[in-house]
Design a protein around this ligand. Sequence first.
Ligand SMILES: CC(C)(COP(=O)(O)OP(=O)(O)OC[C@H]1O[C@@H](n2cnc3c(N)ncnc32)[C@H](O)[C@@H]1OP(=O)(O)O)[C@@H](O)C(=O)NCCC(=O)NCCSC(=O)/C=C/CCCCCCCCCCCCC(=O)O
Length: 667
Amino acid sequence: MRMCSSAGADIREFAGPLRGPPLVPLLDAIEAGEKPVVAAIEGVALGGGFELALVCHYRIVHFKARLGLPEVTLGILPAAGGTQRLPRLIGIPAALELITTGRHISAQEALKLGIVDQVTEQNACELAVEFALRAVAKPLSSRRVSMLTTPCPPDLDALLEAVTMQVKRKARGVMAPLACIQAVRAAATMPYSKGIKRESELMATLFNSGQARALQYCFFAQRTAGKWTLPSGAQWNNSKPREIRSAAIIGLGTMGRGIVVSLARVGISVIAVESEKKLLETGKQMVIGMLERDAKRRGVSASLNLLKFTLSLQDLKDVDLVIEAVFEDMALKKRVFQELSKVCRPATLLCTNTSGLDVDALAGVTDRPHLVVGMHFFSPAHVMKLLEVVCGPRSSSETIATAMSLGKRMGKVSVAVGNCPGFVGNRMLKPYLDQATFLLEEGATPEQIDKALEDFGFAMGVFRMSDLAGLDVGWRVRKESGLIGPDVDPKNPPRRRQGRRYCPIPDMVCEQGRFGQKTGRGWYMYDKPGGTNAKPDPLIQNLLEMYRSRYGIQPRNISDQEIIERCLFALANEGFRILEDGIAARPEDIDVIYLFGYGFPRHGGGPMFYASMVGLERVLERLEHYHQAHPDVPHLEPSPLLKKLVACGSPPVQKWREHIKTMHSHL
Ligand SMILES: CC(C)(COP(=O)(O)OP(=O)(O)OC[C@H]1O[C@@H](n2cnc3c(N)ncnc32)[C@H](O)[C@@H]1OP(=O)(O)O)[C@@H](O)C(=O)NCCC(=O)NCCSC(=O)/C=C/CCCCCCCCCCCCC(=O)O
């Protein structure tokens, strides 16, 4: 049986009624047949493709092939016998690991695990034919995997318990890996005929679940996000990116260092620039250490020969692309861009890593606004997968194509967004953070809010995340935007700014020098500056009590449901506004940004998919309810697009685009 490449079942078909003959009896029949069947695998054998290979009597694999059972990542389990055959073939521990993580493995690893019989650099099909001819005379009984006895470790219960705990820790609230463990238990404790029934029962509980829908949506959303398009008609498949061989990074702070590593490890020569010798030397040592550790982990040699460190911008005259990663200060960035305009050859692309400043204002100070684009990395830049490519009104399609393709080359999930304060990700963060602090005023604690969000599935609650990011960043932004400091009108009521509700608690926390993990104190306390173990701090509790009594606020019990609704519906509401404003082209783009940049749980699909799963009508009704209770919070006022979608019968996310099409695009 030749298997050029099989990515398994067509995932799109899971959304509708399944057609065609049932797979399991077909596979059982192949395995039970009297003629030897040899699978020749090239490319990939994933999911159902791998399960098909498992019923063959022999497996020959090309050395470049990859195999795996990624169903768990789609919210389901390998339900064509995969959970019953793989443990019989390679034992419980190895099968559990592969099935609960969905990891793809190489041909060499498959051979080592005993999944395949031979790996070849030749034509796998020709070798398989030779194999089959030799196998004709041999008995097949020992080659029928479903007939094997599962090699069972003596401490099966302890092993399954340990893996269950690990899965619960890593993927809180996610159903599929737990169902996979139960299915593998069945392979260890039941005959195949019963095990396969158990597999199918467990699949039935997962198949139509919201989590499976969300995870399958994420699979396609991630692929859709790369397909950017501009109102001019230029798009991902008709705009040629430039080839980037050399790049320069200005600024070797946390972001700059991570960007250098991301570029160098994909073979791009990098010149790193700092303004002072000491900063340059520190940055250099850190980059070298990061690259060496990264190379060791990947079993390759560190590409240190691609690096050059300098104090002079003059050294950048020949590079293909520059990424500016200096301090978040518009005047400073403008000076850098003016200087780059003078120094770099006219064709050099000039990119900024700003997390929210006006990319077009920077383009305006250069001699080449069409070659200016935002490349907003997320910290730590060599780890985080997200890249927002910020398209200014003057960025050319070639510039956008180059930034998107460079992101892909660095292994990032790149999303093209429009230029507005905070772009997509950070713009949406504001209403989300605001709701969290308003809830503090009203009676909640940081740990209660974080627990509700973490139980929902967020990697980190909003306060733990803020402590990690550093509280001083937002404090500076609030000062610069006149929300605190001498510009505030003294006649302003204390909990109002610029005509709307304002919560000064984050400022009070910063005034005490509590900037988060780096100072050992923030919304939580840590063992030491830089510590990561967050503990509730009685001082914050006191601060909240004093604050409430000062302003005569009677604290009330706040339910987890209210926390989730106010934080997440406010987040999605801003997402609807972003779609209206043409800052993101599609809801999928917003979701991908939140999945890869802000720890939104994948099994929730992202804020926009989550809103559609809850039901747009319900989201609208709850926003109206909360806005009525808090009329001084404009972010809670339902957006016109949300109302429009509800009026159109709440179409599925994939159809929203039809209702946004007429709106203005800023991409
Ligand atoms: C590694 C890849 C295969 C390739 O990667 P790459 O080269 O980078 O390319 P991509 O950009 O990722 O993909 C290219 C395009 O192909 C599309 N694609 C890829 N794979 C699939 C797929 N499996 N289905 C649909 N489309 C796919 C992708 O979207 C791209 O499209 P476009 O160009 O953007 O338009 C990589 O793609 C990859 O990893 N793919 C996914 C592999 C995977 O996860 N496979 C497992 C699928 S699930 C499966 O196989 C299950 C099989 C057994 C079914 C048993 C069914 C029993 C049902 C019982 C139900 C009982 C319930 C009843 C309850 C009730 O009563 O209702």
